[in-house]
Design a protein around this ligand. Structure first.
Ligand code: E4P
Length: 217
């Protein structure tokens, strides 16, 4: 499973990139608004200078023609930009047109297996299932991820990779990896939690204490 970082925060991206474990970044307008800027272009170009893997930027338009126009403009910002398009009828029309132009689409806001399947059929490179938001609404978000992975495995001619998105905690990451999903896009806080274990901290302290007790003799 590849890990993408789910943030528009430059410091977090820089820190995580140095660990050598992230393969891409996903942003959205809400994440960008947390950075107190509406300058999507400058932030995206900065992210793309730090990360060589795919960086998702979302369209704000709602009709297909405007989505296509906006996607073309945003895709020109850097070679590794891919375009997040919400799963709507207009979104599918735009995805279908953009995939024919080799502009990579991340079909976003998928909450069902059928939505993800349609995104894949339209030529999306990624289909993002929002696990945490499904859980919040009383559904089993990870089950939708598991079903989608199984469905796309039935049709190898469909190239879409499944992204487990809206990840809220480390157990989501473990479950996603157990399912064999292609990618989990993970907030910085959860990535840091994945690294930690109290037994590791205790182990380091004990090793150092034992070493010092001999070294000081
Ligand atoms: C990523 O592609 C999504 O935009 C993001 O994971 C949504 O997460 P949230 O439900 O925590 O806002």
């Amino acid at each position: 499973m590849q890990i993408f970082l789910d943030t528009a925060n430059i410091d977090e991206i820089r820190e995580a990139a140095q660990l050598g474990i992230i393969s891409g970044v996903t942003t959205n307008p809400s994440l960008l608004s947390k950075e107190a800027t509406s300058d999507y272009e400058t932030v995206t170009k900065k992210i793309c200078s730090i990360v060589s893997g795919p960086v998702s930027v979302e369209v704000l338009s709602e009709d297909a023609d405007s989505m296509i126009e906006e996607a073309r403009a945003k895709a020109s910002w850097a070679p590794n930009v891919n375009i997040k398009i919400p799963i709507t009828a207009d979104g599918l029309r735009a995805t279908s047109a953009l995939s024919k132009e080799n502009i990579k689409v991340n079909m976003t806001l998928c909450f069902s297996e059928n939505q993800a399947l349609l995104g894949a059929l339209a030529g999306a490179t990624y289909v993002s299932i929002f696990v945490g938001r499904l859980d919040d609404a009383g559904h089993d978000g990870m089950q939708v991820v598991q079903d989608t992975v199984a469905i796309l495995d039935n049709y190898p001619e469909l190239d879409a990779q499944v992204i487990a998105a809206s990840i809220r905690h480390t157990i989501h990451c473990t479950q996603a990896a157990m399912i064999g999903v292609d990618i989990a896009t993970v907030p910085y806080k959860v990535l840091m939690q994945m690294i930690q274990h109290p037994m590791t901290d205790i182990g380091i302290k004990r090793f150092l204490a034992d070493w010092e007790s001999v070294a000081n003799k």
